[in-house]
Structures are given as C-alpha cells and as structure tokens.
Design a protein around this ligand. Structure first.
Ligand code: SF4
Length: 288
C-alpha cells in the first residue's frame, strides 16, 4: 500500500516572517553599497541566515559602537533602549517587528498605564518577551514574566495585593499554557483582564496540526529546534499522535523505521521554515 502524505495548509512562513525576509532582501537590493545587517537572527533558521549572508546581509549579535549603514530589527521586536543605541551609534533603523508583536507591546503598555499589575505569559529569555517587557517597563515596574503557574505562585501575595491584574501572551505560546494560568489568576485576583495575544497564524497552525494528528499515524514537524513556535507545535502533537521533529530532510534517516511503519503521514512546519526545506522533506518521503 502506498503511503498517504499530507501537508498542512498552515505550514511554513507566516506573514510576519515572509514580510521580514522579503523586505530585508529588497532593502539590500535597493542599497547595494550600504552595510545592511540584522541585529540577532532574522528568523530561527540557519538556511535562511546563510542565504541572507550570501546576499551580503550580515547577522550580528552585538551592535558596534559606531558605524554606518542600515540596522534591521527582526520580527521579534527590540527594546526601546536598543532602538536608541542603534540610532546613537550612527545607524539607520529599519523596524521589521511583526505587526502582531507590536500589538502585544502596545497592549502591555496600555495595561501598565492603566495601573494593572502586568503578567507576560511566555519564556523570559525569548527576545520577543524581552522586548515586550522592556517596552512596558518605561511606564511602570509592576511586571512579571511567567511560563507556568508555579512561577506565579512565587509572587502570589504580590498578585493578591494588586487590585487589577492584566495578562498578555507571547505570540507563539500554546493556549494550553495560558489556560491554567488564567484559571489560577482568576482564583486569586480581584479584577483580571486577559488579552489573548497568541497570534492568528500560530492559532491556525496549531489547530490544523492537532486535527491532522487525530487522523494520522505519524506527524512530522519541520523546523529549527531554536524556533519557539516549531518546538511548541511538536510538543502539542506528541500528546495526540506519534510525532517526530526534524530540522530538514537529512534527519529523516534517523527515523527510517518509524516512517516505514506509517501509512498515513502528515507534515506541518514552523513559521520560520522555508518552503524549499518542506518540499525536500516531502520529496524524500515520496522516494525522490
Ligand atoms: S508567528 Fe505570528 S507574531 Fe510571529 S512573526 Fe509570525 S505572524 Fe508575527
């Protein structure tokens, strides 16, 4: 019996990532003699970073003290301090923060300005969360980042002492991470305002992948292990179906036996996975 292989409709680049990659390439093409660089990886995918480098677009982890050229802010966003440092160092800033991430930053600022104790649901070390927190910190200091209920329990009294508690969420989080946090906060706070800022692209991708997992005997998640939304996808699916997470087609070899046993395989991919990588995986599965 030949294998059934299905690709999720919502897989690969989301609109925020597509916009960032296309804009940065256009920027370099329009400014061939200018230094164009990105502060931090534009997206968590080494293939894309290498492609950009081949076009003369460098990825740097630290900002030089002085220089000229164009410094690009990636879709995760950056803190207001970083924006200032870039301008002060003499660079032009091109801000490619995803509009959905901007919305979270604005909501976080609004909640702090309105006197809410702000809880950011997400990973404290993730660049998007760092930028959301730093943006809100300009307007107040009652801000806490948590990725589960146990972290919130360490500041339970502080939460109880505040009349109003506001919540925003890292755009690529799982709804199953948010739900128990909201339940806990409801039980201990007097007034709770929850802005579910998980982005539409993430929600559609996760929901579709869950449906596919119900009807497949193997799910393959394609994308970088450094990518939050890709690893979240794999975590969600592991609870529903047999799931493997690979970065590219070369890794399929490791799972040869599992793949051989599966007749109904579905593929999904994170928001930072380029189409060519997904195509290569499909071709190899089809024996190409
Ligand atoms: S995952 Fe969502 S928030 Fe992040 S870049 Fe894509 S659309 Fe924007």
């Amino acid at each position: 019996m030949s294998k059934k292989i299905k690709l999720a409709k919502h897989s690969g680049f989301c609109y925020g990532v597509k916009r960032a990659v296309e804009t940065v390439k256009k920027l370099k093409a329009q400014n061939p003699n200018k230094n164009v660089f990105i502060l931090g990886e534009l997206i968590h995918n080494s293939h894309v970073i290498k492609e950009l480098e081949s076009l003369g677009i460098k990825t740097i982890s630290e900002l030089p003290q002085k220089g000229d050229g164009i410094c690009v802010i990636r879709s995760h966003g950056a803190s207001p301090e970083i924006f200032e440092q870039i301008t002060n160092a003499g660079f032009e800033v091109v801000d490619l923060t995803c509009p959905d991430v901007k919305k979270v930053q604005k909501k976080a600022i609004q909640l702090v300005q309105e006197g809410y104790f702000l809880i950011i649901v997400g990973k404290a070390e993730h660049p998007e969360v760092i930028a959301i927190k730093a943006s809100a910190e300009r307007f107040g200091s009652n801000i806490f980042v948590a990725s589960d209920v146990s972290q919130l329990k360490t500041i339970e009294q502080k939460i109880k002492d505040h009349k109003k508690v506001g919540v925003v969420v890292q755009t690529t989080q799982r709804i199953t991470t948010l739900n128990p946090i909201v339940e806990y906060l409801t039980s201990i706070s007097k007034e709770l305002m929850v802005a579910n800022t998980i982005c539409n692209s993430t929600t559609l991708r996760q929901n579709e992948a869950k449906e596919l997992a119900e009807e497949s005997d193997l799910m393959i998640v394609v994308g970088s292990r450094k990518s939050a939304n890709t690893t979240h996808l794999a975590e969600i699916l592991k609870g529903i179906s047999n799931t493997i997470h690979i970065e590219d087609d070369k890794e399929l070899k490791t799972y040869e036996d599992i793949i051989l046993d599966a007749n109904n395989i579905s593929i999904t991919a994170g928001a930072s996975t380029p189409e060519t990588i997904i195509e290569n995986v499909i071709n190899k599965l089809k024996g190409g």
